[in-house]
Design a protein around this ligand. Sequence first.
Ligand code: FES
Ligand code: FES
Length: 183
Amino acid sequence: MAETEDASLSPSTGTISITLSVNGEAKPLRLDPRVSLLDALRDHLHLTGTKKGCDQGQCGACTVLVNGRRINACLSLAVMHEGDEISTIEGLGSPDALHPMQQAFIDHDGFQCGYCTPGQILSSLAVIEEIKAGLPSHVTADLNAPPPLSDTEIRERMSGNLCRCAAYPNIIAAIQDVAGSAQ
Ligand code: FES
Ligand code: FES
């Protein structure tokens, strides 16, 4: 084999072998290199908790965590994530042992149809970590002080996650509940 050839690439099919780490499990895959992370999760790994709303980075339904940071899985290629730790809603809790954020969404009625909810929940977790880490947002007034856990801050930071059922006030209440009890 020539030195420049990639053993993981199959010239006859144009596919590539990769292993993704999803919710702590190694997932070997053979994919067209143009497959998005969202399609790899949903269509190849059958983890359909991550939703496809717009498929163009506008709705946030496809939000997952990559190494703890939130991304839109529809805007990222699966092959870019070998070696990353990917977290989806399936890895968060179980029906018998819900994650506190999942429980808070139930307690505060933070959803109606539920289509945006996995993305909202994963984004919520990242928002709390971003505020704790002192990362400013567009509405942070004092860049020299830790950002407040205000509704305004949370609303701005969650603005990439749309909800057609308009459960926004209840989503904010759920996040405030978890953020408050986490302090
Ligand atoms: Fe990715 Fe809408 S499906 S942002
Ligand atoms: Fe229906 Fe958000 S709960 S889109």
